[in-house]
Design a binder for this molecule. Structure first.
Ligand code: GDG
Length: 472
């Protein structure tokens, strides 16, 4: 069995359960193959500490059978590659937010420089038959940079966030460079068929790619296999967490605290893609339009801090705080506050208890690659008395989770009506919907995702030797 090398911007220590499903699933395969996980160490080196653009110290440590290899970033590299290009250009555009993208700051040079550095540091550590799996938008050009240094290993890429339609992508100066870079991979994985469709539409219209059949595309003298691999969660691990002491304690506490009310829950990174202000406006509309929900419904919204050095994130924080404050100010009573909002990270072991105590989960992003909270909520429910998932049609998860109450988060009245329906849904219907959703998330769990991607990569036809590798 070939060794697996995973490359992602950040690593999680696979020995810690707090790392979550993705890390657990990757750790399993990495362990089985004695693999390596490569990425940024999280350490920033300031100029006065000797930080130089395009350079970074490499650290190697062992976590059981897995080697963790990390590289430090200089301040200049971090600001251009991570904050600037990845999160200031690619993240907003890929989530259809051209208005929030900063195209003019010239971050692309730093993005490329860090990808070149990662390629330079990784190459000497590779064995000829290693299989390399690169994750996410920070590292789109990594395969091309590795190829430029002579790497002929199989390399796959999975995009965790959405891919927008060609006309939106085309707003990025250098979009053709980015998509050309994707053709240096052997396999491309997207979250949904919608994203896959956007890739193939771009490949045909802008890159004049030729379809070789069964998802294989040829352009730039390379061919690539492109498919949808919707990511899942580790359902078993999450169920175990639900039954563990901390999960049960949290459930009991929530049930007691809210025994006279129906609990709604939202758990999100505080990110403009998650549609939190829209959600608050819909909740306000619910209280306004359906007075019986006053005093009987409480929304707990966890918005965990994220990328706070990007301006758009502090704007969303202020907007959300003001919306929550005005709902509580206008509707709150001495013995009832409609919204409990927390801008804090909640321990992972407590999330299942919170989900299980909730009658309704609000997962209403404006755009989302998949959204794992939707799946975690379903996994945590009591099948005999389950809660209802209100899910945005713009989350990748909506393609699989058709039995949720699907909403358009831009439609405030429609979303409020769906939340109202969810709060009143009879037990029998809740059970049926939950059963169907549970079957789906069990079948397409994170292990399925890992295995099917890696099978596809293992069986991808490699290019004949002597192919001139794509130069960026
Ligand atoms: C990207 C894509 C795609 C959230 N708050 C807390 C907390 N969380 C955990 C949740 C869940 C995870 O973070 C968030 O999952 P999402 O799916 O919403 O992911 P993103 O961070 O946006 O990540 C997304 C995902 O990649 C995987 O491919 O689904 O579309 O954007 O697991 O539970 N966990 C803890 N405390 C919190 O306060 N412990």
């Amino acid at each position: 069995m070939s060794r697996l090398v995973v490359v992602s911007n950040r690593l999680a220590d696979p020995r810690k359960t707090a790392a979550g499903g993705l890390a657990v699933a990757l750790a399993e395969v990495l362990n089985n193959t004695g693999g390596m996980w490569f990425g940024w160490s999280g350490k920033l080196v300031e100029p006065e500490q000797g930080g130089v653009a395009g350079e970074g110290e490499v650290h190697i440590q062992n976590a059981g059978a897995v080697q963790l290899v990390t590289v430090d970033l200089s301040r200049a590299d971090h600001d251009a590659y991570y904050t600037g290009y990845s999160n200031g250009v690619l993240w907003p555009v890929f989530h259809y937010r051209l208005d929030l993208a900063d195209f003019d700051a010239g971050y692309i040079a730093g993005y490329r420089r860090v990808n070149q550095m990662f390629a330079r540091k990784l190459l000497p550590l590779l064995n000829p038959d290693d299989i390399i799996w690169v994750h996410d938008y920070h590292l789109i050009p990594l395969a091309a940079e590795l190829r430029a240094l002579g790497c002929t290993n199989r390399i796959g890429f999975f995009l965790h966030i959405p891919l927008p339609p060609p006309l939106i992508l085309a707003a990025i100066p250098g979009h053709d460079w980015l998509i050309r870079a994707l053709f240096s991979y052997d396999v491309l994985g997207f979250q949904s068929n919608v994203d896959l469709g956007h890739f193939t539409a771009y490949a045909q219209s802008e890159a004049h790619a030729q379809h070789l059949g069964e998802g294989r595309w040829r352009a730039f003298n390379r061919s690539v296999q492109a498919s949808a691999f919707p990511i899942g969660i580790d359902v078993q691990e999450f169920e175990a967490l639900t039954q563990a002491q901390e999960g049960r304690d949290m459930y009991e506490r929530m049930k007691n605290e809210y025994s006279r009310r129906k609990l709604l829950v939202g758990v999100d990174r505080l990110d403009y893609s998650k549609g939190l202000p829209h959600r608050m406006r819909a909740f306000r509309e619910l209280l306004d339009k359906y007075p019986e929900t006053r005093k009987s419904a409480t929304l707990i919204q966890i918005a965990s801090p994220s990328r706070e050095d990007v301006t758009a994130y502090s704007d969303i924080l202020h907007e959300l705080e003001s919306l929550c404050g005005s709902i509580n100010g206008d509707f709150g009573e001495l013995d009832w506050m409609p919204v409990r909002y927390m801008h804090r990270v909640v321990a992972r072991a407590r999330l299942p208890g919170l989900y299980r105590a909730a009658r309704v989960a609000l997962v209403t992003p404006l755009r989302d690659g998949m959204n794992l909270v939707a799946k975690e909520f379903i996994a945590a429910q009591d099948p005999d008395d389950p809660g209802v998932l209100v899910l945005s049609r713009f989350a990748g998860a909506a393609e699989q989770m058709r039995e949720a109450l699907l909403v358009n988060p831009y439609d405030t009245a429609g979303t409020a009506a769906a939340i109202h329906l969810a709060l009143q849904m009879p037990l029998e219907e809740r059970r049926l919907r939950h059963q169907a959703l549970l079957t789906t998330i069990r079948r397409f769990d994170v292990h399925w995702w890992c295995e099917t991607f890696l099978e596809s990569l293992a069986s991808a036809r490699s290019e004949e030797s002597g192919t001139s590798w794509l130069r960026l």
